[in-house]
Design a protein around this ligand. Sequence first.
Ligand SMILES: [Zn+2]
Length: 81
Amino acid sequence: MTDDPEATLEQWKESMQAEHAEAIENPDPEADHRIEGVAQVSYRVTFDYDPEADSLERADREQVEELADPELLSCACASAG
Ligand SMILES: [Zn+2]
């Protein structure tokens, strides 16, 4: 049944996902897809002991690697929902 709203929604989602995947593979400057990924950078953090508070306080941080491009990209344009 093609007029099943659930199935129609699933079909719509699949066609949108295919469109986003295509946009990620072949970026089109004319299309307003917004490609996103999440990247992490590691820091080395040093602590100083604070005897008054009897606790460790963060003293310094040093970036230990460069920000790299994320492996997983997704499309976060308005139509992605
Ligand atoms: Zn998109």
